[in-house]
Design a binder for this molecule. Structure first.
Ligand code: CUK
Ligand code: CUA
Length: 666
C-alpha cells in the first residue's frame, strides 16, 4: 500500500504555474503552436508534457481533432486509448452525437443548476442545454416579483433578511431512493441557510437560517426517503458565536446539521473536529459521509494545507438520533447539539456517532455510488480518489480498513459522477480534464495505481462539479454528462472582464465508448453543481390551484374588487385581473395611507400572466393564472399613479391599466 501524496505547497505552486502557462499561451498563440519543445515535468508521479497544460482548442488554433486528446496521451496508462472522434470543442457542430432538440420538441431531462452567488436556481433542459427558467431563492428577482410581494418578502425575511445567498448544491427529494418530484433543497454557503423549492410551482417556499452555523456548504438529502436535509458547517466559529472565545481558534467548532424537510426546522446538530466541506449519504438511511479539508483547524491557508492527511467523517444517523433521544446533548440556541468530536464519550464504544477516516489531502467532494457500496472522496491536493466501503465501515475496528481503493486519477480531483455501468468520472480541476475510470478495477488495484483510468477528456477549463444523468439515484441513466467548468477564458465572445463559466455537455453513452465533447454552454456566474431528473419525475402545475393557498390569502373574484378602509391610515385594495383589465379602472387612497393591495389573476389558461407595476412606489407583482399576490406599501405623495401590466398578455396589453389616486390629507 504505497501512495504519493506530495505536499501542499508544491501542488499549489504547480497549479499556479500551469494556469500562468496556459494564460500565456492564450495571450500568445504563436508560441503555443510549437508544442514539441521537449518541455516536460513530473507532478504527482505523472510525466507531463507542455501539451498537458496547453489544452486543445485553447484559442491556439491548433488542429483540434488531434489536439483535443493530445493532452491526455502522456498521462494515460498504456491500456487507455485516446479517442480519435474529434471532440473539437467547436460548440457541437462536428460532434457525432447531436444534442439538438428540434423546434417544438421537448427535452428528455430537467437539469437543476445551482446559481452560486447569484442566489438562484436555473432550470436547463437536457440534452439541448436550453435555459427554461430561473427560480429565485436567496436573491430578489424582478421578473417573477420575488422579494417584491408580501409572501416572498416574508420568506426572505424569515430566512434572515439577507438580500443574497450563495447556493452550491441542489438536491431533489427522494422516496424509495428515487426522485419524487416534490421538492428541491439547496444550501446557502454565505449565510448558513437551507432553502426549499416547491416543484409543483417551481417556487421557493421556505428558507431556514440554520442556528449556530456560519456557512452551510455541503448539503444533501438523507436517502432513500428524505428523512432529513443535511448541511455541512464549513467555517469553524465559537459555539455559540456570541463574542466568547473570539481569539481562541482552538475553541471554534464546525457543526453538521439536520433539518426536517417538512417543518424546515433544525432538529439536531453534531459538533466535530476539523471542518466540514461536502456531504453525501449512503442509500440505506444510515451513513452520511462528509469531507474535511482543515483537520489542522488553522485560520490561514498555510496551516490549512499543512498536513498530508485530513479526514472523511462518517456520521451514523441512527446513533445520533439515539443520543438526542437519550438527552446526551447540550442545547444551543434551541437546537440539541451532540458532541461528535474524537474525544467525546459518545464516540467511544461500538456505535460511535462519527468515524474519522484518515484521507489524503484536503479532500473535497464525497459522492456515493449508485449501488451504495462506496463513497468516493476526491483528494483535491492529492491526485487520488479514496473509495470507502460503506458495507465495511460499521464492522471494522479501524475505519482506515474500510478504504477499498484509491486510484490515481490526475491533478486536482474535485467531483465524481457515475454512468451506472461500472464507471466513475472524476473532474480534474488542475488538469482541466474529466477522467473516466473503472470502479471494480480500482477496488482491486494497488492504492495509488493509475491502471483503473480508462480515458481522459479535455474540458475548457478547470472543472468543478460534473454530473451525469440521474447519477445520484440508484439507477443512473448514463448518456450525457455535464462538466461545470469554472473558467471559459477564450471560448466565447468577450463580454468584459467578468467572463461566463462554461458548462460543457459530454456524451458518455453507456460508458462503453469514448467520451465526446458535444457542446459549450456559457453560464452566468457561478453555478457549482447540477442535478438531473427525467421529465416524467417532475410534474409542475401549469396554473395555480387556489385550494393550495386557501386560508392563507384570499382569491379576489371579478365582482369582489373594491377598496376598504381598515384604519385611520390604512386601506385594503382588492382587485382581480384578466386580459386586458384590472378589476378597477381606478381607486383612491389618502396621502400617507398604508396600502395593502391584493390582486388575483382570474385567468384559467396557462401562460397568461399579469403584472402589476406602480410607478414611484417600488411595486412589482407577477401573478400567474389562478394565483393571488399581495403587497403592502405606503402612498407617501399625493398624485396620480398609472398602474400597468408588465407581462405582454394580449393585443390590448398596453391598455391594461388602472389609476391609483392619492388625495392630499389635511
Ligand atoms: S463545491 Cu463548488 S466545485 Cu461548493 Cu460543491 Cu466543489
Ligand atoms: Cu396583463 Cu399585460
Amino acid at each position: 500500500m504505497t501512495e504519493d501524496n506530495g505536499d501542499a505547497d508544491r501542488f499549489v505552486e504547480e497549479h499556479e504555474r500551469q494556469i500562468n502557462d496556459l494564460l500565456q499561451e492564450v495571450d500568445d498563440p504563436a508560441d503555443a503552436a510549437s508544442d514539441d519543445d521537449g518541455f516536460s515535468m513530473q507532478l504527482g508521479g505523472l510525466e507531463l508534457g507542455r501539451r498537458d497544460f496547453v489544452k486543445a482548442g485553447a484559442a491556439t488554433g491548433l488542429a483540434s481533432a488531434a489536439g483535443a486528446f493530445a493532452g491526455c496521451q502522456t498521462a494515460l496508462p498504456e491500456s487507455a486509448t485516446p479517442s480519435d472522434s474529434g471532440g473539437s470543442g467547436s460548440q457541437g457542430s462536428s460532434a457525432a452525437h447531436s444534442h439538438v432538440v428540434e423546434p417544438g420538441e421537448k427535452d428528455e431531462y430537467y437539469g437543476f443548476w445551482s446559481g452560486g452567488h447569484s442566489g438562484e436556481i436555473r432550470v436547463i433542459g437536457i440534452p439541448s442545454m436550453r435555459e427554461l427558467a430561473r427560480i429565485p431563492v436567496f436573491n430578489t428577482e424582478a421578473a417573477r416579483g420575488y422579494g417584491y410581494d408580501d409572501q416572498s418578502s416574508q420568506i426572505l425575511e424569515a430566512g434572515g433578511g439577507y438580500t443574497w445567498g450563495d447556493n452550491h448544491h441542489p438536491n431533489l427529494s427522494e422516496t424509495d431512493g428515487d426522485y419524487d418530484g416534490e421538492y428541491l433543497f439547496v444550501n446557502d454557503k454565505a449565510n448558513g441557510r437551507i432553502a426549499r423549492v416547491n416543484l409543483k410551482y417551481f417556487e421557493t417556499d421556505a428558507i431556514v437560517d440554520v442556528p449556530n452555523t456560519q456557512a452551510v456548504h455541503g448539503c444533501t438529502v438523507l436517502s432513500p426517503d428524505t428523512k432529513y436535509v443535511l448541511g455541512n458547517g464549513e467555517f469553524r466559529t465559537p459555539l455559540p458565536n456570541d463574542g466568547r472565545d473570539v481569539n481562541n481558534p482552538e475553541k471554534y467548532t464546525a457543526l453538521f446539521s439536520a433539518v426536517d424537510p417538512e417543518s424546515m426546522e433544525t432538529v439536531w446538530q453534531v459538533k466535530v473536529d476539523g471542518n466540514l466541506d461536502i456531504v453525501d449519504t449512503g442509500k440505506e438511511g444510515r451513513w452520511a459521509i462528509a469531507s474535511c479539508y482543515n483537520s489542522e483547524e488553522a485560520t490561514e491557508i498555510q496551516g490549512m494545507t499543512h498536513d498530508d492527511r485530513d479526514y472523511a467523517k462518517v456520521f451514523d444517523v441512527p446513533a445520533i438520533e439515539k443520543a438526542v433521544e437519550n438527552g446526551d446533548y447540550e442545547e444551543v440556541n434551541g437546537v440539541p447539539v451532540v458532541d461528535g468530536t474524537r474525544d467525546s464519550d459518545l464516540n467511544k464504544g461500538d456505535e460511535p456517532l462519527v468515524r474519522y477516516v484518515s484521507t489524503p489531502k484536503s479532500p473535497h467532494c464525497v459522492e456515493v455510488g449508485p449501488d451504495g457500496k462506496y463513497a468516493f472522496i476526491a483528494g483535491k491536493l492529492s491526485p487520488t480518489v479514496t473509495m470507502l466501503d460503506l458495507d465495511k465501515i460499521g464492522e471494522v475496528d479501524d475505519p482506515a480498513d474500510a478504504v477499498a481503493g484509491r486510484p490515481k486519477v490526475g491533478l486536482g480531483p474535485l467531483h465524481t459522477t457515475f454512468d451506472g455501468n461500472g464507471h466513475a468520472y472524476t473532474s480534474l480541476f488542475i488538469d482541466s480534464q474529466v477522467a473516466k475510470w473503472d470502479i471494480e478495477k480500482a477496488a482491486n488495484a494497488e492504492l495509488g495505481s493509475s491502471d483503473p483510468v480508462v480515458e481522459k477528456l479535455d474540458v475548457h477549463y478547470n472543472p468543478g462539479h460534473i454530473q451525469a444523468l440521474e447519477a445520484m439515484t440508484t439507477d443512473p441513466d448514463g448518456e450525457w454528462l455535464v462538466s461545470l467548468n469554472k473558467l471559459s477564458k477564450d471560448r466565447f465572445l468577450p463580454v468584459g472582464p467578468i467572463h461566463p463559466d462554461n458548462d460543457q455537455l459530454i456524451h458518455i453513452g453507456d460508458g462503453e465508448k469514448e467520451m465526446e465533447l458535444v457542446a459549450d454552454h456559457p453560464a452566468y456566474p457561478e453555478p457549482h453543481d447540477c442535478i438531473f431528473a427525467h421529465k416524467d419525475k417532475i410534474n409542475p402545475a401549469t396554473t395555480w390551484d387556489k385550494a393550495d393557498y386557501e386560508g392563507e390569502k384570499p382569491f379576489v373574484a371579478e365582482g369582489d374588487s373594491g377598496v376598504e378602509r381598515t384604519g385611520e391610515r390604512s386601506v385594503h385594495v382588492k382587485a382581480s385581473s384578466k386580459r386586458s383589465e384590472y378589476g378597477m379602472f381606478d381607486f383612491t387612497v389618502k396621502e400617507g395611507d398604508e396600502v395593502r393591495l391584493t390582486m388575483t389573476n382570474v385567468e384559467g389558461v396557462r401562460d397568461i400572466i399579469h403584472g402589476v407595476a406602480i410607478p414611484e412606489h417600488d411595486v412589482n407583482l407577477a401573478i400567474a393564472p389562478q394565483d393571488t399576490r399581495e403587497v403592502t406599501f405606503t402612498a407617501d405623495d399625493p398624485g396620480v399613479y398609472w398602474i400597468y401590466c408588465t407581462y405582454f398578455c394580449s393585443a390590448l396589453h398596453l391598455e391594461m391599466r388602472s389609476r391609483m389616486i392619492v388625495e392630499p390629507r389635511d
